[in-house]
Design a protein around this ligand. Sequence first.
Ligand code: SAM
Length: 241
Amino acid sequence: MEEFKTIVTDDGSLTLLHPILKDSYHSLQGAMLEAMHVYIKAGFEGVCLSLGLGLGLKPHRCISVLEMGFGTGLNALLTLNKALQDGVKVNYCTIELYPIDMKVVELLCYARNIALYNSYNTEHELLLHNAFIAMHNAPWGEAVEILPCFTLTKIRADINDVVLHANHYDVVYWDAFSFDTQPHLWSNDIFSKIHKAIKPTAILTTYSAKGEVKRALRESGFTVKRAKGFGTKHHMLIATW
Ligand SMILES: C[S@@+](CC[C@H](N)C(=O)[O-])C[C@H]1O[C@@H](n2cnc3c(N)ncnc32)[C@H](O)[C@@H]1O
């Protein structure tokens, strides 16, 4: 297979260009900032707020995240960072069919980007870096404690074939390649499966605001609203049960 190409995005963080699909893993306007906007702020924070978590109200509650597409691990690392900041516990389950090579992972310096953005010291940056490497080295199909606040389960499978627990997840990050690149990953069948797997209080967020995506989510039982998209994108989608 051809090599992955790395691209420096507008916020200084890297993204990858998939060698065959020719689609990028993140927005070129800022990989880290886009992930924070779509998944951390709209998804994770949205659900924590609605559950009264991070405000000391239910300190023992654990948030279950489901991610479509582990990819570079950026969403997972940003979620771990958020869990540390807010003092919440996270069970993070991510599905990935084509994991990237460790040689490519070593080029990504997301711990540095997050440390710079949050003015962390080098010790805290190292903690994030070690967590990031541990995520990528974690065995598939097992729950692995990356930090006491963050347990990761990576499932190496096609999303179409995965069987999910019913009524289980609090938040879903739908981060497949675009509808134009992989339309079959935005289908009614898959979203109906996701709808059964989430709790009635859950939120699904995605960077896409395509009409076809909105329709498929609605036909699968979700209530869908548009929110401001990242960068120059007008909209993204927030779907609830
Ligand atoms: C946009 S990227 C995900 C970016 C990732 N969330 C991150 O933080 O870097 C989409 C991911 O979906 C994966 N993928 C593509 N087809 C898949 C399938 N049928 N099942 C599971 N994962 C798939 C790709 O390998 C890729 O890693």
